[in-house]
Design a binder for this molecule. Structure first.
Ligand SMILES: NC(=O)c1ccc[n+]([C@@H]2O[C@H](COP(=O)([O-])OP(=O)(O)OC[C@H]3O[C@@H](n4cnc5c(N)ncnc54)[C@H](OP(=O)(O)O)[C@@H]3O)[C@@H](O)[C@H]2O)c1
Length: 309
């Protein structure tokens, strides 16, 4: 069996890619490899100086832009400043098993970083996207439980790992519903999922679950973990594919088409989640001053909804 690696990337000259949270970890490796293959890579990051230092000296074309995916004002500003086409959007930024904290918009930080912020970013940029949106999820989506009435952990007791699992399931359901809407609208754009398996990065450094990183025979190094993202971003895979490592349990190995958990294929749940998320984000919006800019944003978030027949 041939095992896909970064050497198999196609020529990406002329392609523009946005990757969020690309100043370190899997995002940085993905950015490096895509740029090496010729893509113009835009890193959407919280710390531009750190990202600039991270890509200094690497071959290829990089553009560093400020983006905090957990801050909807920052997300809007990033999307508003975008000009021209965007071939590939990679929603990579993420946090895992962090304490319950509220964002500037009053939303749950972990849920917003992993799911709600990328949901808004994707909707705002969607009309610019020509090829695909890649959502970085996790095998832990299989343990996820979503309460559409309390997406944002207001009434339930918050638990860091449960919130992570739920956010990664939300990402899987987001991809499902996004693909359904794209297909219904006759769009050629694809929504694709990537799971790195378990890759040794600093994601879980503070978490009890980090203990698994000691068992290196069970896990991918960061370079191999990033291959799933690279494969999902560049290979000719069907819409709503789930790309993950080919080894036991989808935890390590080289990228292959795998199957998301049954729970991630629940179309009814995906539609309800989309509506609940739109409603949640709509509640945040009135906190910001009413400007023409915001009206545009609200219109664009429902753009696919309006096209649905
Ligand atoms: N490693 C794994 O085993 C594994 C498994 C399954 C899924 N994943 C997913 O893979 C993705 C990348 O994780 P990783 O392993 O590379 O972890 P990592 O090394 O901790 O990197 C996380 C990245 O996300 C960025 N980030 C966090 N919050 C952000 C925000 N509000 N706005 C913008 N960027 C933000 C971080 O930027 P700063 O430098 O500014 O903090 C960092 O660049 C995540 O979505 C994660 O859930 C990883």
């Amino acid at each position: 069996m041939t095992r896909w690696t970064g050497k198999d990337l196609p020529d990406l000259n002329g392609r523009t890619v946005v990757i969020t949270g690309a100043g370190r970890g899997l995002g940085l490796i993905t950015a490096r490899e895509l740029a090496r293959a010729g893509a113009h890579v835009v890193l959407g990051v919280r710390d531009a100086g750190k990202a600039r230092r991270a890509v200094a000296g690497l071959p290829g074309a990089f553009d560093i832009r400020s983006l905090d995916v957990a801050d909807l004002t920052s997300v809007r500003a990033f999307a508003d400043s975008w000009r021209g086409d965007l071939d590939i959007l990679i929603n990579n930024a993420g946090v895992m098993d962090i304490p319950g904290t509220r964002t500037a918009d009053g939303l749950d930080l972990q849920t917003t970083t992993n799911y709600t912020g990328p949901f808004v970013l994707t909707n705002l940029l969607l009309e610019r996207v020509t090829d695909r949106v890649v959502h970085v999820t996790s095998q832990l989506h299989r343990q996820g439980k979503i309460d559409v009435a309390d997406l944002d952990w207001r009434t339930r007791e918050y638990n860091g790992m449960s919130a992570y699992q739920a956010s990664k399931l939300a990402v899987v359901l987001f991809s499902l519903e996004l693909q359904r809407r794209l297909t219904a609208a006759g769009s050629p754009v694809r929504s694709v999922l990537a799971s790195p398996g378990i890759a040794r990065t600093s994601l879980a450094a503070h978490s009890r679950s980090n203990v698994i990183n000691r068992f290196t025979f069970l896990t991918n190094d960061a370079e191999r973990g990033a291959l799933s993202v690279l494969y999902a971003a560049t290979q000719d895979v069907p819409g709503n594919s789930y790309v993950g490592p080919d080894g036991l349990g989808g935890l390590r190995g080289h990228p292959a088409l795998r199957r998301q958990g049954e729970i991630g294929l629940d179309q009814d749940m995906a539609a309800r989640l989309w509506d609940a998320t739109t409603e949640l984000v709509g509640k945040v919006a009135p906190l910001a001053p009413v400007t023409a800019e915001r009206v545009d944003w609200q219109n664009s978030i429902t753009v696919l909804k309006d096209r649905r027949q």
